[in-house]
Design a binder for this molecule. Structure first.
Ligand code: NAD
Length: 300
């Protein structure tokens, strides 16, 4: 069994690290938010008080942080991973971050003598809990193979994507499609309701028809249809609007770099921006349905 350092115990990292603990690994978890640490402790993760403590003696360190700036602070900062870990420790960043930041982490890790992979995930909070995430892993072949050995208890699919930053590239494109699907699901759900269809009957049809998608099956934005959906809990976040806006922004900036027109993606980003402007950045991104049914009440 391995010693695992885990940094970032939020909606995703809390459950992912708990699955490694359940698999018998000695997992030491750190987060700035005491409530996140307490929840992870209940899942079998040993709480520690600093990054230095989390990485001390670790075979592998995982990070699951919101954005590129958080990941850079955690790896490159004074009290950070590169300053405190042993170079024998394998470093795995599972956060979804921009390609430039991911490249910076690969370069800094290599310059300091570490093996580092970018390994973002898909599958949402429900997949994190169930240990059924898809990992897309980019980096040097040997490091990717070693990371795969640790990822098993958290994943149904582990897919090597190629060299440094290709995991992030795959994730950014996947999430562009996810959020477009989410917006289309919200529009279909509201229109179905207004045409007099029962919500469950319409979902039963769409989920076995050509309107099907992961967003429909996991995040259906109408309450009382799908058990994993945030719509059942007044849109308490499983994936915040702020993070969704970040992800679609990563796709738009990658599109600008490559001269790719993303007309639908840009429109969906405007919808997330409307939710953020209305003071709902911390709510679940499936709240986008309120822009379709007209029920958004601003909280700022
Ligand atoms: P979250 O905000 O719930 O969790 C992030 C955690 O990182 C927080 O608990 C925060 O306190 C902690 N953190 C921030 N800076 C830190 C630091 N310097 N040191 C220690 N801890 C720090 O976010 P999440 O939903 O778990 O998402 C994490 C990443 O995974 C994001 O990049 C997101 O885009 C991606 N992701 C999320 C989902 C989802 O459904 N929520 C799915 C796939 C990928």
């Amino acid at each position: 069994m391995a010693v695992v350092g885990w940094i970032g115990l939020g909606n995703m990292g809390g459950s992912m690290s708990a699955n490694l603990a359940k698999a018998g690994h000695d997992v030491r978890g750190f987060d700035l938010n005491p409530a996140a640490v307490a929840a992870a402790e209940a899942g079998g993760v040993k709480p520690v008080r600093s990054i230095a403590e989390a990485v001390d003696g670790a075979d592998v360190v995982f990070t699951m942080l919101p954005k590129g700036d958080h990941a850079k602070a955690v790896y490159l900062g004074e009290g950070g991973v590169l300053a405190h870990a042993d170079t024998a420790t394998l470093l795995v960043d599972s956060s979804t971050i921009d390609i430039a930041s991911a490249q910076e982490l690969h370069d800094a890790a290599a310059a300091a003598g570490f093996r580092f992979v970018d390994a973002p995930v898909s599958g949402g909070m429900s997949g994190a809990k169930a240990g059924t995430l898809t990992f897309m892993v980019g980096g040097e072949e040997g490091a990717v193979a070693d990371a795969t050995g640790y990822i098993g208890p958290m994943a149904s699919n582990i897919i090597p994507t190629g060299g440094a930053t290709t995991g992030q590239a795959a994730k950014i494109c996947n999430n562009l499609m996810l959020f477009i699907n989410l917006a289309s699901t919200a529009e279909g759900a509201v229109l179905a309701d207004r045409l007099g269809l029962d919500k469950q009957v319409f979902w039963d049809i769409a989920s076995v028809s050509s309107g099907d998608s992961w967003a429909l099956r996991t995040w259906y934005p109408v309450p009382g249809v799908v058990s994993t959906a945030a719509s059942n809990n007044d849109f308490a976040p499983t994936f915040t609007t702020e993070l969704a806006n970040k992800d679609i922004g990563l796709a738009i900036s990658a599109a600008e770099d490559t001269g790719t027109p993303l007309e639908i993606g840009r429109h969906v980003q405007q919808l997330f921006q409307q939710l953020i402007d209305a003071g709902e950045s911390g709510k679940d991104c499936s709240m986008i349905i309120k822009l379709v049914d007209g029920s958004l009440e601003t909280s700022n």
